[in-house]
Design a protein around this ligand. Sequence first.
Ligand SMILES: [Ca+2]
Ligand SMILES: [Ca+2]
Ligand SMILES: [Ca+2]
Ligand SMILES: [Ca+2]
Length: 180
Amino acid sequence: MRIKSAVLSLGIAALCTGVTGTNAAAYDDSDLSWQSWYKDTGNCDDFIPEIDYCHVILHSRDLDGTYFMPDAGGKAFKLLMYKGSKTVAQVEFHPAGEVLWVYDGVNDGDTVYVRLKWDENNSPADDATYWARGTSATIDSNKVQLDGDDDIDEGTTVQLRIYDDKALTDPITGWYYLKA
Ligand SMILES: [Ca+2]
Ligand SMILES: [Ca+2]
Ligand SMILES: [Ca+2]
Ligand SMILES: [Ca+2]
């Protein structure tokens, strides 16, 4: 039984690789739906002192639970993206420390790309794209410390948009506006 399962898994992996190579791994946007949440991390109306969490957002379709730390002036964000009964992606922006989490929840040969833009101190706008690198694991994740050791300045507006392709030609969502 164990061997049979292993063979089946390999077969699925090979099939996904083939799909990736032939159709450019694009979602049909009409198949996707999503839900999003904002939280003011300077106003901890559901603060849990025992664990120092400002807001907890849990949903039955989570790939992972979401716990935001307090951060004055911050505007946190969470998004779940679905294709049918599957959660294909989860995205979180944590103002405390300026951290982005991107999850891929399905081994479908496809993924989504999260573009962030911000502009500090009249410098040219920072503009970067992040995604969860796919592996054979069902849930892949990528935790990104934004702007290296420097962090994004407190109170800076961060724009976030989700695309189907790394080249950013096929947006799925509109822009969301967050605060670092
Ligand atoms: Ca912050
Ligand atoms: Ca995927
Ligand atoms: Ca995977
Ligand atoms: Ca894609």
